[in-house]
Design a protein around this ligand. Structure first.
Ligand SMILES: [Zn+2]
Ligand SMILES: [Zn+2]
Length: 701
């Protein structure tokens, strides 16, 4: 599901685009060796006189082909934001028949399979004769049951997790260095092996993924996996945390030699060693700031039955220290799910009987305590069973999957699965996070922004303190980010002040399937807007007031849009200036842009820039022609170009060129368009065309 902060949606509800990736229907079998050898092995074990072997074989859904394959999804994992070619996430997707694939969503509501990692790994194992990491060829063949089991287990994925994005240095043929970005996907196999895949970013096609490393963790019956990523000053450390069905948890060293400032641990670190047969699930690891030691540390949490396991890792001059403990008495049934939000750090746990607890870690002199409280649950969630939960990127919302619980002592005949959304932050908190965010990217903060949208839509005004704060920030440092927030809230105000439509909506419906999901709180708010609709008819003077405020909002929007566009034009012209060594023909309407910018006499920066460019371009002009009538297209507006015969073309917001093709890209919020990059574009134009939307930060798709 992708949350869209839709500036055209006249409702207060959350707005989601919901899509799915189909589970493949063809039969999939893992390759373990020559097929004739496998056939005779399968025949042998199905009739094995030893009941322990025969039973183990017959009950194994991976090895025994006659059990029947299960169709469905075992696990899915989102990469960090910004890994695909347009700045969105990649999705690693593992099916119940053990196919691990990586997908990206390249347009609205459609998915591409980029690579099949199960196939790649299977090929690698076949080439190496199913040897272990030490490369010694296996002594036994498939007719030995433990060997058959080993070959299946070494390639049956259980879980996979993405690392964060790393910058590495690459030395080119001419000895110059370039910086590249990569992300690692760690795959935990049934035998405890960790297979690491390296994805070069932005990841667009299957060839850009390579096998990176194999780590034999030696954990028997592994159950879950998480990255440990520690950073303090310029120093970085990391590893992979593996938990097991039997209870133990440990961190395995991962070597990232090309990452600057990266150290690896020399030996595995044991976090919990007792085999108490309480399985480790929902492993999470996140950084914390230690207010007493004044350094960063890592907190690892996991569910173990009804208990919550936690472990604090601190690194000081004395070395690495491990504190661990369990929190008991949280739930009376095993924990089904556990999520963590950052800023502030909060841990949420839930059990199937519908209880959700919130835990806030607090440091003491030499340890950590958790403040536990029940999470407020709206009525819609009482007497429901909870099957899992997930938290949005910046912790604004939590999503819960529920079904009907027991009614009057009976289980219901049918169960419907529902997804509920709960806001974890107040709109005021969301605004203060937006103002403090070091990322300064509205698209990456979409979930927080949506809470702000909700609030502004309800009150139909921009909070005065937000307006003041934004003006102050703009005075301090004029960043486009502040203007984008300004533009966004002004657009929401304008939308909220629109009189309700009374005439029949004659417009054809959009083809996209939009699904509106709402929680109880939103429902009540919705009733509120209906009441407001009634108020509209109350008095002429009220209507006039609303109209005046709408005009005011419109003025704000125009001012913010023009400012953002002018700033971007200057940026584009700056790039043009740096990249035009030779008089070459390129597509950016440079003279049109300069004329447009110089219409505002107060802008000293652009005057200087334009002076430089004019000198360099030496009287060249870059006129655009209408492709229908060959007339010159004047640059009078950044949104569109109109020729003298009345042909209208939309302008690309990244290059300001008139888009005279049938296909172009639109940003997610659909307020701007951009042309498609052409193969003959020089590199610097290609780079310009990769930028997100100037007005809303969302990717161009
Ligand atoms: Zn024309
Ligand atoms: Zn946009």
């Amino acid at each position: 599901m992708e949350l869209i902060c839709d500036v055209h949606n006249g409702k207060q509800d959350l707005n989601f685009y919901r899509t799915s990736i189909p589970v493949p229907t063809d039969i999939h079998r893992l390759q373990v060796g020559p097929s004739d050898e496998l056939m005779s092995a399968l025949e042998k074990f199905s009739l094995d006189p030893d009941p322990t072997i025969k039973q183990a074989f017959l009950a194994n859904t991976v090895i025994n082909p006659n059990v029947g394959e299960h169709k469905g999804v075992k696990y899915a994992s989102w990469s960090p934001l910004g890994c695909d070619s347009i700045g969105r996430c990649l999705l690693a997707y593992l099916t119940l028949d053990n196919r691990l694939t990586v997908h990206s969503s390249h347009r609205h509501l459609s998915w591409n399979t980029l690579t099949n990692l199960t196939e790649k790994y299977s090929k690698r194992l076949r080439e190496r004769g199913y040897a272990k990491k030490d490369d010694k060829p296996p002594e036994a063949n498939l007719l030995d049951f433990s060997e058959l089991q080993r070959r299946f287990q070494m390639q049956t994925p259980l879980r996979m997790e993405w690392s964060s994005i790393y910058t590495i240095k690459k030395v080119l043929a001419d000895n110059s260095c370039v910086e590249e970005q990569m992300v690692l996907l760690a795959v935990l196999m049934e035998n405890g092996d960790l297979v690491l895949w390296k994805f070069m970013l932005p990841f667009a096609k299957g060839d850009d993924v390579v096998f990176y490393d194999l780590i034999e963790s030696g954990v028997s019956r592994p159950s879950d996996l998480a990255w440990w990523e520690y950073e303090n000053g310029g120093q970085r450390m990391g590893g992979l945390i593996v938990g097991s069905e039997a209870g133990p948890i440990k961190i395995m060293p991962v070597s990232l030699s090309k990452v600057k400032g990266y150290f690896t641990i020399r030996h595995p670190i044991i976090l919990w060693k007792e085999c108490d047969e309480i399985p480790v699930e929902n492993l999470r690891c996140f950084p914390l700031f230690h207010p007493i030691q004044k350094s960063s540390c890592s907190l690892i949490v996991a569910s173990r039955g009804c208990y919550l396991f936690w472990c604090l890792l601190t690194i000081s001059a004395k070395g690495l220290s491990v504190h661990n403990s369990h929190i008991t008495g949280l739930h009376s049934l095993p924990l089904v799910s556990l999520v963590v939000t950052q800023h502030p750090v909060e841990v949420y746990t839930c059990s199937i009987d519908g209880w959700i607890k919130k835990l806030v870690p607090t440091f003491t002199e030499n340890s950590l305590v958790f403040k536990v409280e029940d999470l407020f649950q709206p009525e819609a969630l009482t007497h429901k069973w909870i099957h899992g939960m997930a938290v949005s990127h910046n912790g604004a919302y939590v999503a819960l999957v529920t079904t009907q619980g027991i009614v009057d002592g009976f289980h219901p005949v049918t169960r419907n699965h529902q997804v509920h959304f709960l806001a974890l932050k107040s709109p005021e908190t969301a605004i203060s996070f937006l103002l403090k965010s070091p990322e300064q990217n509205l698209y990456n903060l979409a979930d927080l922004l949506d809470l702000v949208r909700w609030q502004v839509f309800k009150t139909k005004r921009i909070p005065a303190w937000l307006q003041d704060e934004l003006d102050r920030k703009i005075q301090e440092a004029d960043s486009p980010y502040w203007w984008r927030i300004k533009l966004f809230v002004a657009r929401v105000v304008r939308l909220s002040l629109q009189p309700p439509r009374t005439e029949i909506n004659w417009k054809p419906k959009r083809t996209e399937t939009k699904v509106f999901l709402q929680d109880e709180e939103m429902d009540e708010a919705d009733v509120g807007t209906d009441n407001d609709a009634a108020q509209w008819t109350e008095g002429e003077s009220d209507l006039e007031k609303q109209e005046a405020r709408r005009t005011e909002a419109q003025k704000l929007i125009d001012a913010a849009e023009t400012h953002l566009m002018r700033e971007n034009m200057k940026k584009v012209l700056g790039v043009v200036y740096l990249n035009t060594w030779m008089p070459e023909n390129f597509c950016i309407p440079t003279c049109g842009l300069m004329d447009y910018l110089s219409r505002d006499p107060g802008d000293k920066d652009s005057e200087v820039l334009i002076g430089h460019i004019r000198k360099k371009l030496n009287k060249q002009t870059f006129p655009e022609h209408c492709s229908l009538c060959q007339a010159t297209l004047p640059f009078t507006d950044y949104k569109q170009a109109v020729c003298e015969n009345g042909h209208v073309w939309l302008r690309c917001v990244l290059s300001y060129q008139a888009c005279q093709t049938l296909t172009f890209r639109r940003c997610l919020l659909q307020d701007c368009i951009a042309r498609l990059p052409e193969p003959e574009d020089p590199d610097w134009i290609k780079k310009l065309m990769k930028a997100p939307c100037v007005l809303c930060d969302s990717p161009m798709i």
